[in-house]
Write a protein that binds this ligand. Structure first.
Ligand code: A3P
Length: 321
């Protein structure tokens, strides 16, 4: 689990002891700042190993995201678009998404593959290899030189709300979660796992404007509003556009339905099983889904504060939520 520091290597432990830290959101486990980004101690080893050892291929597809912005959904979408027509993937009854949580089909670089002490051999995975990451574009820019990156983010109010709910469920059982107000203050000030949220989003936004053929910037809210249109755009971006026959045959609509919150959250695998790769109940990734849930958690003045920061930070660069 991302907060568990007990298994990190000696070298990583030494580094952790030298880093500035802040109170974490889950009780005792602190957040550490490394290279301008915040991490729980247990995830830093995977971060370092990814940056040191991961060798991207031109054909790789990286699904990057701010935590709690629709990563699970993006994994389902990327996986089903890229693998359609292969070995039964795409056919109704055999699709691996029916029996696997999306996190078990598309691994995170830093939280799964490179989290172990030994360096994994990922060379045998047939192209296109699909990986996911929460790492900032600042850290990953050299890795992104030749592959395609799909990035998803979400408005700050719902991202915070989803994150707070997630963390309170994921925290060690004997730890009390911090209050909404305290976590909220930290989020506003940029202290959250893989944050600052604000920099994460802005830097991917800028990178997508500079390299539109390599980095596609997606908003959760846009995908919710127009899923069909975005599935088509994503497939085009990834170089595997839907054919006219597929469009006419309803393949896109079927895929939208397959990946929808209602469908995935109702599957047995996502209701009652534990994620092999993340060690958490799969249901934790399907809390409620949708846009605007923040009004159920945040007071009006908190909503105003996030709107104000978003306006200050995002609007001048043309990014609106
Ligand atoms: P809520 O907590 O607001 O319900 P991530 O996958 O990055 O951890 O983000 C989790 C959020 O995405 C959760 O939001 C979850 O409900 C939502 N989500 C998961 N699967 C989804 C899907 N197929 N369609 C839309 N939203 C989804």
């Amino acid at each position: 689990l991302l907060y568990d520091e007990s298994e990190v290597s000696e070298k990583c432990g030494e580094l952790l002891r030298s880093l500035p830290k802040a109170r974490g959101w889950m009780g005792a486990p602190p957040l550490y700042v490394y290279g301008g980004d915040w991490y729980y101690g247990g995830s830093l080893q995977g971060v370092l190993s990814t940056l040191k050892h991961f060798q991207p291929h031109d054909t790789d597809i990286i699904l990057a995201s701010v935590p709690k912005s629709g990563t699970t959904w993006l994994k389902a979408i990327g996986y089903s678009i890229v693998n359609r027509g292969k070995n039964g993937v795409g056919s109704e009854d055999k699709n691996p998404l029916l029996t696997n949580n999306p996190h078990d089909l598309v691994p995170f670089l830093e939280l799964n593959l490179y989290a172990a002490k030994s360096v994994p051999d990922v060379t045998a995975i047939p192209p296109p290899r699909l990986f996911a990451t929460h790492l900032s574009v600042r850290k990953m820019s050299a890795k992104y030189a030749s592959c395609k990156v799909l990035y998803i983010c979400r408005n700050p109010k719902d991202t915070f709300t989803s994150d707070w709910n997630f963390i309170t469920r994921l925290r060690p059982p004997d730890e009390a979660a911090i209050s909404v107000e305290e976590a909220f203050d930290m989020f506003c000030n940029g202290v959250n796992a893989f944050g600052p949220y604000w920099d994460h989003v802005l830097e991917y936004w800028n990178a997508s404007l500079e390299r539109p053929g390599s980095i596609m910037f997606l908003k959760y809210e846009d995908l919710i509003a127009q899923p069909h249109r975005h599935f088509v755009k994503i497939a085009e971006f990834l170089g595997c556009p839907f054919s006219e026959a597929e469009e006419a045959g309803g393949v896109v609509d079927e895929m939208v339905k397959l990946c929808s919150f209602d469908h995935l959250s109702g599957l047995e695998v996502n209701q009652s099983m534990t994620s092999k790769s993340l060690g958490a109940p799969n249901s934790i990734f399907f809390r409620r889904g949708g846009v605007g849930d923040s009004k159920n958690l945040l007071a009006p003045e908190m909503i105003d504060r996030l709107d104000r920061i978003a306006k200050e930070r995002f609007s001048p660069l043309g990014l609106e939520f």
